[in-house]
Design a protein around this ligand. Structure first.
Ligand code: NAG
Ligand code: NAG
Ligand code: NAG
Ligand code: NAG
Ligand code: NAG
Ligand code: NAG
Ligand code: NAG
Ligand code: CU
Length: 567
């Protein structure tokens, strides 16, 4: 396999070390990258905006590996912010130290410091991604992590080999700085909005300022060829619907787990989720808009578009570009059906669904207040089972856990919805909450969103484990009735479960990865205001089921200069 330069939609490339040493015989290779985190200025919508990026690129460099490879990423922090990187969806078996969420597994890499992340990518194939896991920095510090089948391992894709693979990174363009955005959310001010969605860093021609129209992302295609879109929703704010005029897709994978081929004209991808979808360039040669529109949210439309351009091109540049019919906005059903229709594909990497549940958690996810409603001094917070999650400020939870030094102020996360909380606006506790489970416990979690009145879904992301999504439903979860609808045969396996608007989702997994794992909503406004908790998986009985010690160069927690650790 040849080294493949990533640089999807590279804006400025100024420092990009790349080393790729895959062996053709299917042995594991070492994939090494250097990520220089720095600030650059980008011009959009008549504004010069300072953004934090990796290697001068937005999106950042794609990491491309073969299943079984080892990855080494040297992160050099030349930005003024403390930084960590999370490898979203990588299971990190016995390697929690490399997971990255700030103050959960590590303290930030301080400005002018560096840290090397080392991890293996085993038993997973498809599209994952990486992003900063510090405040809102991931708005511009993100990129794809592409895992291809290993010859001698599973060998090949369980679908016809595409002619070309195209990463599609969905982002959002914010003019407010991530630090200001974070401060606003912490005060309960959820009103800041992105100016536009982006496709591979481009804002698209729906946006203009003083007559200057923003660039489209342009995908050149050749008639008759097949394309695999590797889609990542790296956005902070919205779930998105994606369409290409005149074309349909076959979804083949989600969150780096194969699904049975599913044909649709609309792809739905929530923050934290990935979707791999094939399409054939089988339309009459011409130009077609690809459109990205946010699904129903409290705040108004955020959209963008790019162009699928057949080459060699027939007409002149002013031939009209065909636009798809747009649903979205008020259409929550499209998302509900899209997620409900995914089933896992039988595959050598698949595990059977565990039948017996050791521990079931019922978890209400909603908003509340930390003081009496109507008190103008406290804004709303997000919460899980009446606790609004707070990060610790001095030592990461993983270090405290490993060194048996957990602060006594840490709360046990309740496994039941406190009676009466459900969605009243009463007082809520702000606390760091954790739940311990013994090694090998089969855990089922039912996430319950507010049954009515709230107009957002919640993409709940678990670190360190994939899980089966057994069922979703609308309204209030009914234990006796809804268990009957569980798919125990071929449920999709994911790392992010979308809890539908006014509904619930049930997931199940075996807690077989000792460590401290964040479970949180992937909407930034929710996680930064408290929609999270931490699952602590205890060591098993053997050395092979015990978390090893931290790497020797693990970032120090001593220097939390600047007060707020993750600014
Ligand atoms: C990384 O940091 C260490 C110690 O702080 C330093 O010795 C080393 O030179 C740094 N490496 C780079 C590439 O900046
Ligand atoms: C430029 O961005 C600032 C926020 O940083 C905003 O207040 C201002 O309206 C923007 N200017 C234009 C021309 O959009
Ligand atoms: C510029 O954007 C406005 C809406 O914001 C739109 O009405 C107008 O047609 C756009 N102009 C161009 C040249 O695209
Ligand atoms: C799958 O989608 C169809 C509409 O395309 C819908 O009627 C059906 O209910 C969906 N199935 C599930 C399990 O959500
Ligand atoms: C224990 O944790 C506290 C903060 O909770 C920290 O100040 C202290 O240094 C830690 N001690 C050790 C031995 O890690
Ligand atoms: C939620 O937590 C707050 C603060 O601890 C407490 O006052 C309130 O009674 C709790 N609500 C319920 C329904 O348990
Ligand atoms: C984990 O659970 C599985 C299935 O219940 C069992 O076969 C295995 O022995 C367990 N492993 C350990 C280390 O407890
Ligand atoms: Cu949420």
């Amino acid at each position: 396999m040849a080294a493949i330069a990533s640089g999807v939609g590279a804006v400025v490339g100024f420092f990009f070390l790349f080393f790729f040493a895959a062996s053709p015989y299917g042995e594991a290779a070492l994939v090494e990258h250097t990520f220089v985190v720095s600030q650059i200025k980008l011009n959009h919508l008549c504004n010069e905006t300072l953004v934090t990026v990796v290697n001068g690129q937005l999106p950042g460099p794609a990491i491309e590996v073969t299943e079984g490879d080892s990855v080494v990423v040297h992160v050099i922090n030349k930005s003024p912010h403390g930084v960590t990187i999370h490898w979203h969806g990588v299971k990190q078996l016995l390697n929690c130290w490399a997971d990255g969420p700030v103050m959960v597994t590590q303290c930030p890499i301080q400005p002018n410091n560096n840290f090397t992340y080392r991890f293996d990518v085993v038993g997973q194939e498809g599209t994952l991604w990486w992003h900063a896991h510090v405040g809102c920095l991931r708005a511009t510090v993100h990129g794809a992590l592409i895992i291809r089948p290993r010859p001698g391992g599973s060998g090949s894709y369980p679908f016809p080999k595409p002619d070309k693979e195209i990463p599609i990174i969905i982002g959002e363009w914010w003019e407010i700085s991530p630090v200001e955005l974070e401060k606003g959310i912490a005060k309960g001010d959820f009103t800041d909005l992105p100016r536009s969605a982006t496709i591979n860093g481009k804002l698209g021609d729906l946006n203009n300022c003083s007559g200057v129209i923003e660039d489209n992302y342009i995908l050149d295609v050749v008639r008759g060829k097949t394309y695999l879109l590797r889609m990542v929703n790296a956005a902070l704010h919205s779930e998105y619907y994606f369409k290409i005029a005149g074309h349909t897709f076959t979804v083949v994978s989600a969150d780096a787990n194969y699904v049975k081929p599913y044909t649709t004209d609309t792809i739905v991808v929530a923050p934290g989720e990935t979707v791999d979808a094939m399409f054939v360039a089988d339309a009459p040669p011409g130009r077609y808009y690809m459109v990205l529109v946010n699904s129903k949210t409290i705040e108004g439309p955020v959209q963008t578009r790019g162009v699928v351009n057949y080459i060699p091109s027939k007409g002149s540049d002013d031939t009209p570009i065909l636009a798809p019919e747009i649903t979205g906005q008020d259409d929550a059903t499209t998302s509900f059906y899209f997620h409900g229709n995914l089933t896992s594909l039988p595959h050598s990497l698949m595990r059977p669904v565990p039948r017996n549940v050791d521990e079931q958690l019922l978890v209400a996810i909603d908003t509340g207040y930390t003081c009496e409603e109507g008190d103008p001094t406290c804004g709303p917070v997000s919460r899980m089972n009446n606790i609004s999650f707070q990060l610790p400020t001095t030592t990461s939870l993983l270090q405290a856990h490993y060194y048996h030094n957990m602060s006594s102020s840490i709360r046990e996360f309740p496994g039941r919805i406190p009676p009466g909380t459900v969605f009243n606006k009463g007082r809520t506790l702000k606390a760091t909450s954790v739940r311990r489970v013994r090694y090998n416990t089969t855990v089922e979690i039912v996430f319950q969103g507010p049954p009515d009145g709230i107009v957002y879904s919640n993409p709940m992301h678990l670190h360190g484990h994939d899980f089966f999504v057994l069922a979703q439903g609308l309204g209030k979860y009914d234990a006796t009735k809804d268990v009957q609808t569980y798919n125990l045969v071929d449920p999709p396996v994911r790392n992010t479960a979308l809890v539908p608007i006014s509904g619930w989702t049930a997931i199940r997994f075996v807690a077989n990865n000792p460590g401290v794992w964040f479970l949180h909503c992937h909407f930034e406004k929710h996680v930064s205001s408290g929609m999270g908790m931490v699952l602590i998986v205890e060591n098993g009985p053997t050395l092979e089921t015990t978390l090893p010690p931290p790497p020797t160069d693990f970032p120090s927690c001593d220097d939390q200069s600047g007060g707020v650790a993750y600014e």
